[in-house]
Design a protein. Structure first.
Length: 132
């Protein structure tokens, strides 16, 4: 409360409104939990990595880059994620962490196989070039 010499008085409410309480389920997982479990459970099967490597090896890296770009532009499908607890599909933070990390793992695998195929292609060119 402030009292002025003119007799005017200002009164302020000193109570502070509390923040609303948000109920978090006890089994809720975090974004970081999703990342960690993606490394444990996502197997990165059916990513197109092998076909990308084979095309880069047989065709050339120029042809192999096409399936690599296509495969890495599509996130992993839910059926290949490998999430152990079906109730976690409804946990937004967990799912975002899991799918973001699974996509990183998928991209890393596809580009690694592209690299292996490209190195093999160069090795074949060297072998063929030295034998003729």
């Amino acid at each position: 409360r402030i009292n002025y010499q003119t007799g005017h008085r200002d009164v302020f409410n000193t109570s502070v409104a509390s923040a609303p309480v948000i109920a978090v389920p006890q089994n809720a997982k975090t974004y970081e939990d999703g990342i960690k479990e993606a490394h444990m459970y996502y197997s990165a099967q059916n990513t197109g990595a092998i076909i990308t490597g084979v095309i880069a090896l047989i065709g050339s890296p120029l042809f192999g880059v096409v399936p690599a770009l296509v495969c890495t532009s599509v996130p992993p499908s839910q059926r290949t994620l490998g999430i152990r607890d079906g109730s976690l599909y409804n946990d937004g933070n967990y799912m975002r962490g899991y799918t973001d990390e699974a996509w990183k793992i998928k991209r890393r695998k596809v580009w690694s196989y592209f690299g292996y195929g490209s190195i093999g292609w160069v090795a074949l060119l060297i072998i063929i070039g030295t034998t003729h």
